[in-house]
Design a protein around this ligand. Structure first.
Ligand code: NAD
Length: 425
């Protein structure tokens, strides 16, 4: 096994939303060679351009200020407070210029060539299990024996992903929680059934070294794998509920153009990628509960190739400047209808229930850790902070939601209903 001091080459498979963000943080860490792989040189050219733009945005404090102001996640943060972390990151800290950094970036369409000298590989291809299994088969064949092979999957089993790989002990999950890896603190490390302790430890050390603009990296290792890991699993019922609500509003005669009160949902979903969410929901449907089946409207958009901002169209149409062109309006009747289904503390209640399921399943041992993971991932308090006092009230709310939607998965689990989670501090 390669040790941390000898890690010089990072290979990233997939140059999409995540791949280019991961390549950016790997380049800023200072690795000698970062190789991004994708299916065509056109995609790789686009990725290279975007990586360059993102590195240039960090060239000086002035440029960084502009970058903060233009980034949805960063614009509400106090720039002065964040300056410390910016100065400790990447090109200001290392006193190198964009050209030097970009000279360490390589691209390749053939995995067999691209991973030949890789010390650490991070896979970030489309969220499809069979595709990932095939990639890890190739990684087992063509990467050096000591290389650790990580998947950035948001939902899938590392054990299944490693099924065809010759070296499943080297395969781990390493998941950046946000679609902009330089700005999200949280990285989740997931073991597969055959992952070795050494591979997991190396994954943790590598993850800790990736620079982050919003604060110190927070790395959590799951006790065992589960669909959606910790943070996405906890938010998944809220996503399911919102999707149900969009379809329900349309079934009741409202058009998409009237649903402006949900614009924040449409924007963030388009940022994440509708195909990624759709594929994750299909995986949840098969592996967690049939209630997760993707909604009608989402399915229609994905079938029409509306995969989100990355292709210029998703729920919304996106122009070249990255702005949405057809934001639905705030129609009075539709807003009233939607708000009548969003009242109460429905989202924290759904999150608390799912977090309790993670405790029940032994994915995490303490609720304080879950709260910390959620805070580091979303900068909002975790579900137990309010849930400790409110869970009895929320149990009733969840029974009502399950009845109204016909989705029994929304019913409270035993751990939540009994309040036994309180013993698992
Ligand atoms: P994306 O669609 O933006 O990019 C996927 C890339 O994989 C595409 O460029 C595609 O051409 C490439 N690809 C497909 N088949 C390939 C192959 N055989 N060889 C090489 N490249 C191939 O998707 P994304 O949002 O970057 O997601 C990638 C992974 O990261 C998924 O597993 C997803 O669950 C995970 N993830 C996504 C997010 C998010 O917010 N989008 C966040 C965290 C993790």
């Amino acid at each position: 096994m390669v040790d941390i001091d000898n890690i010089k080459n990072i290979a990233v498979i997939g140059g999409g939303i995540m791949g280019l963000g991961i390549a950016q943080v790997a380049l800023l860490t200072g690795y000698e060679k970062v190789t991004v792989m994708d299916v065509s040189s056109e995609i790789l050219e686009r990725s290279r351009k975007l990586i360059q733009q993102r590195i240039e945005a960090l060239e000086s404090v002035e440029k960084c200020k502009e970058f903060f102001a233009s980034n949805e996640m960063l614009k509400n943060l106090d720039f002065k407070k964040k300056l410390g972390s910016f100065e400790s990151v990447g090109i200001v800290a290392n006193k190198v210029d964009t050209d030097t950094i970009m000279s360490r970036l390589y691209t390749e369409t053939e995995i067999s060539r691209g991973v030949i000298d890789a010390d650490f590989v991070i896979e970030a291809v489309t969220e499809k299990l069979e595709l990932k299994k095939g990639i890890f088969k190739q990684l087992g064949e063509f990467s050096p024996l000591g290389a650790v092979l990580a998947s950035n999957t948001s939902s899938m089993s590392i054990t299944k992903i490693a099924e065809l790989c010759k070296r499943p002990d080297k395969v781990i999950g390493l998941h950046f929680h946000t679609f902009f890896p330089l700005t999200g603190m949280l990285i989740e490390i997931t073991p597969g059934e055959k992952s070795s302790e050494q591979s997991l430890e190396l994954g943790q050390t590598i993850a800790q070294k990736f620079p982050c603009l919003t604060g110190k990296r927070f790395i959590v290792q799951l006790e065992k794998e589960t669909p959606g890991l910790i943070a996405n699993r906890i938010s998944s019922p809220s996503g399911m509920y919102l999707e149900w609500l969009i379809d329900y509003a349309m079934d009741n005669g409202f058009s998409f153009e009237q649903l402006g009160v949900l614009n924040f949902v449409f924007e963030i979903s388009d940022d994440i990628g509708l195909d990624t969410s759709y594929n994750a929901l299909k995986y949840f449907e098969e592996n967690v509960s049939p209630d997760f089946f993707p909604g009608k409207y989402l399915t229609k958009l994905v079938n029409a190739g509306r995969f989100g901002k990355k292709v210029g169209k998703g729920y919304l149409d996106w122009n070249e400047n990255g702005s949405a062109e057809n934001l639905p309006s705030l129609d009075e009747k539709a807003t009233e209808f939607l708000m009548s289904h969003l009242e109460g503390e429905i989202f924290p209640a759904l999150s608390l229930n799912e977090a309790c399921r993670l405790l029940e399943e032994g994915v995490v041992k303490s609720y304080r850790l879950i709260d910390k993971v959620i805070f580091k991932g979303t900068l909002s308090p975790g579900p137990f902070r309010m849930g400790k006092d409110k869970y009895k009230e929320w149990v009733k709310l969840l029974y009502n939601v399950a009845e109204k939607t016909g989705k029994s998965y929304f019913k409270p689990c035993e751990m939540m209903e009994s309040g036994k989670f309180l013993e698992l501090r």
